[in-house]
Design a protein around this ligand. Structure first.
Ligand code: SF4
Ligand code: SF4
Length: 450
């Protein structure tokens, strides 16, 4: 794609990086058929190619974003299916991140939109605030049935429906500590505890930690590490995202100094995509660039690390594990695996979780259109509830055709999105792997069998 940025514009590193990305696009349109918003809405401006043109025009003109540009860029899920499809290597992720930052700086949204985005940015990344907010909001949950699911009540419905029926107590494993390997230590790894997941589903980190320790990993929960920054980054709040990235780099650097970390392990794939991008995010910060690149290079999804550790090398079940009820000793659920976009497109991890589940003894099915997003996408389901709901229904219909007894996925956002529209239990991949190797039955399966 030809561009006409001026030398002054190209003096800005972000514009220079975006220009290089734009020049790679050959307008072939191969990405359009894989884009969930184009598939649902059929408008070229809601396709990757259309958005690339909008971003190019906006950045080249160097002017404030228009309402039309913001509307179509806001509808992008950042699912990155377009990057998987693109034969030219267009880094759409970095381009749309730059566009969102530009919009945040140049466009004044209506006050309701600004207020909602400010609340999301101030609450979601902080587990203590989020837990308190959910407890305060719990009485409003019953309103979900009475709120209209049509515009304009759709956003209110999405917000109220996002309040979980039960807010669990904080788990002991989420406080800063070093959890020793069971048996000889094979690796020392840091686990990102993050923000939303430990508040609404603390059993996921518990399962991850049991799995890692049994497989000979010392697990570090680093003091000072927190939200990865994805939520604020996708809201266009670049500075808040950078602050989160720097805090995590500092925390893991300190942990590294106490004993080299072999990996930064992440069991929320949306966060994994972001931490793998720290090297890019902090590339112009002389104090952090090198350390951030080192962290990104060592970051992996939990499924990738587990695949490198022998599945049959389990140590005996620990005292902290609940009584062993492995899949083989109970009715055996047929699993449909939902591939989170952040794992398959953002991190390029496509078949490792399914292979691990099959090796652990599960029957695993996969739905058609597995490349399409379920519509969760961080805060997208709250900000764009109409499109999000259409995508969730489409995904759940595809999953239902596989007749699953349980749905497994590797991202808390997908779990809550899917669980909101089906009675089939939805679990994290690690909960199943932990159960199959000596841990407790996942709570969602226990509830379904009562
Ligand atoms: S990130 Fe997803 S929604 Fe956005 S343009 Fe690419 S395919 Fe479409
Ligand atoms: S597939 Fe790649 S090169 Fe083709 S239009 Fe899409 S982004 Fe551009």
């Amino acid at each position: 794609m030809q561009t006409t940025f001026t030398p002054q514009q190209l003096a800005d590193p972000d514009t220079r990086a975006s220009e290089a990305i734009l020049r790679k696009c050959v307008h072939c349109g191969l990405c359009t058929a894989t884009c969930p918003t184009y598939v649902e809405l059929g408008d070229e401006l809601d396709s990757p190619r259309g958005r690339i043109y909008l971003i190019k025009n906006m950045l080249e003109a160097g002017r404030a974003a228009t309402e039309r540009e913001v509307r179509h860029i806001d509808r992008c899920l950042s699912c990155l299916a377009c990057m998987t499809a693109c034969p030219s290597g267009v880094n759409y992720m970095h381009l749309v991140d730059h566009a969102r930052h530009w919009i945040e700086r140049t466009y004044r949204r209506p006050w309701r939109e600004r207020a909602l985005r400010a609340v999301l940015a101030q609450v979601l990344p902080y587990p203590t605030r989020l837990r308190a907010a959910l407890r305060l909001a719990a009485p409003w949950r019953s309103l979900a049935r009475r709120l209209t699911r049509d515009e304009p009540g759709m956003r209110a419905h999405a917000l109220v429906a996002a309040i979980p029926p039960r807010i669990p107590a904080a788990s002991d494993v989420d406080r800063p500590q070093v959890l020793p390997a069971l048996g000889p230590r094979r690796k020392r790894v840091a686990l990102l505890t993050g923000c939303v997941q430990p508040v609404i589903a603390p059993q996921i980190h518990e399962a991850t930690i049991r799995l890692l320790r049994r497989r000979g990993c010392e697990v570090v929960i680093a003091e000072g590490a927190g939200c990865c920054g994805a939520l604020t980054h996708h809201l266009g709040r670049h500075d808040a995202a950078l602050a989160a990235a720097r805090a995590n780099v500092e925390a893991w650097t300190r942990a590294d100094g106490e004993g080299a970390l072999d990996a930064i392990v992440i069991d929320t794939s949306g966060c994994g995509t972001t931490v793998r991008n720290y090297g890019h995010l902090l590339r112009d910060d002389p104090l952090y660039a090198e350390r951030a690149a080192s962290i990104s290079a060592r970051t992996c999804d939990i499924s990738e690390l587990l695949a490198t550790l022998a599945l049959d090398a389990d140590a005996p079940v620990t005292a902290t594990a609940a009584p062993h009820t492995s899949p083989q000793s109970t009715a055996f659920p047929v699993i449909t695996y939902h591939a989170a976009c952040s794992l398959q497109h953002g991190q390029g991890v496509r078949d490792t979780p399914q292979r691990l589940l099959r090796a652990a003894g599960f029957t695993v099915r996969e739905p058609q259109e597995s490349h399409l997003c379920c519509g969760s996408a961080g805060t997208y389901h709250l900000l764009q509830p109409a499109i999000s709901r259409r995508l969730a229904e489409r995904k759940l219909q595809a999953i239902a055709r596989t007749s699953p007894e349980a749905i497994a996925t590797g991202n808390i956002g997908c779990m809550t999105q899917l669980a909101g529209g089906t009675n089939v239990p939805v679990v994290h991949t690690v909960e199943l792997l932990d159960w199959a190797s000596g841990g407790p039955m996942p709570p969602a399966l226990q509830a379904a069998r009562r």
